[in-house]
Design a protein around this ligand. Structure first.
Ligand code: ADP
Length: 496
């Protein structure tokens, strides 16, 4: 079935090129004329000896190159031409007829074999053309190299990606397409692989850099497969250009950090009146101390001076406190580049609590901390982790608004595999049933004025730090939110 289909396909290919068909027949006729004239010229010498010999090459060539049509033409014309040549020397009898028939049979046999060869050749050419078309249309560039790293084949996509043409690359070392340090290391990669059979680093899909003809480099993902052709081993590299993907990722990241910023602003917006209230206290204290000091200064003796100094000290202390709150608020609301440093978890929590808990005391919330000194240092973006803490603490306070018991506990303890777990417990209403499944989905909220992005952003931040976050009911009522971060051991070097 298959070969029949292939034959029909080839036939249509042949008829699609009638020019070549006619030319082949013309060449066969030319060859027969040459054979006939040469044999005729040698007639006085050879007489009727082996008259078919001169026609054998023509028949073989016609059959081998042209297949059926030219083969039959060559065989069919050779027999009468030989009869014509030897007619003068012999009277026709059975021997001549048998000789002619045997030659015709051999010629037909050669033609049949030639036709099979021609079909096989055409199928191979068609298959190769199909394969090439496929390789040239897939979005990955395909580069095949041998065991020495010499490029054997180089697809059209590769031409577009690297700027080299196939003619410029085939026969050269594949290092041409790599920047340093891959360029220097590549021979070693192949050698190591050939010796040890270890698949790393070629084989696994991985992101590295490629180098274009103009010298510019770009990010690529490379997957390498091994193929055997007879006893020869080749490596096929499939290369994807990651430039566009990285640009999209950068855009996404920018958008995400913008969203993170906006949500911080909105959280602060909600807290603005509480903050104003909180600032009012120290600032009016400053005013009172200063006024008192003024009064004392008006009738000054040395004893009174000491009291005045103390009063002024206190005023300064209160003013500092007010300044600190404002500074933290500014840091928190500021856009700030995302950067990770080694931070003290205790300090992070204390500072975040100072912001999140403004107004909590007035609402009757009792806050307690239980911070484990054994897990202390983390690599974190301070503002972002504080944002998570502020979100969790504000949610906890809001969840306890309608409850009689209002206890908020923040504790840290070691978790699995070098992580620290930070846990925020409240004795609030607990996570509602329909919320439990979509806690961390953006825009899911049960609050009338809630945006529903706090927890989803917290998850983004925690996961970007290599940790996990979860929310669950607290035994005894309320909720527990817990997130993990990788801790840094004191002796561990840190690469920012
Ligand atoms: P928002 O606070 O704007 O609603 P979040 O993403 O921070 O957005 O929270 C989503 C929802 O998760 C809240 O509306 C609330 O129903 C629930 N939730 C969060 N924290 C708690 C908590 N401590 N106790 C009970 N429910 C909570």
């Amino acid at each position: 079935m298959r070969s029949k289909g292939a034959a029909a396909w080839n036939w249509s290919l042949d008829t699609a090129r009638p020019g070549r068909h006619i030319a082949l027949h013309a060449v066969v006729l030319g060859g027969l004329v040459v054979a006939f004239v040469s044999r005729l010229a040698l007639m006085p010498l050879l007489e009727d000896q082996a008259p078919y010999l001169f026609f054998v090459p023509v028949v073989l060539l016609a059959a081998g190159v042209g297949g059926f049509g030219p083969g039959i033409l060559a065989t069919g014309l050779s027999v009468p031409l030989v009869f014509l040549l030897i007619g003068k020397f012999v009277a026709f009898g059975w021997p001549e007829i048998i000789n002619g028939a045997v030659f015709a049979l051999i010629g037909l046999g050669a033609t049949w074999i030639g036709e099979r060869l021609r079909l096989a050749r055409q199928q191979a050419t068609t298959r190769e053309a199909h394969l090439r078309a496929i390789i040239d249309t897939v979005p990955e560039a395909t580069v095949v190299i041998d065991e020495r790293g010499i490029i054997q084949s180089y697809s059209a996509t590769a031409e577009r990606m690297f700027g080299y043409t196939a003619a410029e690359t085939v026969g050269r070392n594949v290092k041409l397409l790599m920047p340093s340090p891959y360029r220097e290391e590549h021979d070693g990669y192949i050698k190591r692989y050939l010796e040890s059979g270890k698949r790393d680093p070629i084989g696994a899909g991985r992101a590295i850099a490629g180098q274009r003809k103009d010298g510019s480099t770009f990010p690529i993902e490379l997957a390498v497969g091994e193929l055997w052709s007879g006893s020869h081993r080749f490596f096929a590299g499939f290369i994807r250009d990651l430039t566009e993907r990285q640009e999209t990722e950068a855009r996404l990241q920018a958008l995400q950090s913008e969203l993170v910023h906006v949500s911080r602003l909105s959280a602060m917006g909600e807290m603005a009146s509480a903050i104003a209230h909180e600032l009012n206290q120290p600032l009016s204290a400053v005013t009172n101390y200063l006024k008192g000091s003024q009064r004392l200064l008006s009738g000054s003796d040395s004893q009174q001076m000491a009291v005045v100094r103390d009063g002024l000290d206190r005023a300064a202390g209160q003013a500092l406190r007010a300044g600190q709150i404002i500074r933290r608020l500014r840091d928190f609301v500021g856009r700030g580049e995302s950067e990770k440093r080694i931070e003290s978890m205790t300090k992070l929590i204390e500072e975040a609590a100072a912001l999140a808990l403004v107004g909590a005391k007035e609402k009757g919330v009792r806050v307690s901390f239980d911070l484990d000194p054994h897990v202390e240092l983390v690599v974190a973006d301070k503002v972002q982790v504080q944002q998570v803490l502020v979100n969790l603490m504000r949610n906890a306070i809001e969840a306890m608004e309608e409850c009689n018991k209002r206890e908020l506990t923040i504790c840290t303890k070691p978790a699995d595999e070098g992580m620290i777990a930070v846990q925020v417990d409240d004795t609030g209403a607990g996570i509602s049933e329909d919320m439990a499944l979509k806690l961390f989905q953006p825009f899911s909220t049960t609050k009338p004025h809630g945006m529903g992005v706090g927890l989803s952003i917290s998850r983004t931040i925690v996961e970007a730090h290599g940790g996990q976050i979860e929310g669950m009911p607290r035994p005894g009522g309320g909720s527990t939110f817990r997130f993990t971060l990788p801790v840094v051991r004191e002796d561990e070097p840190f690469d920012a």
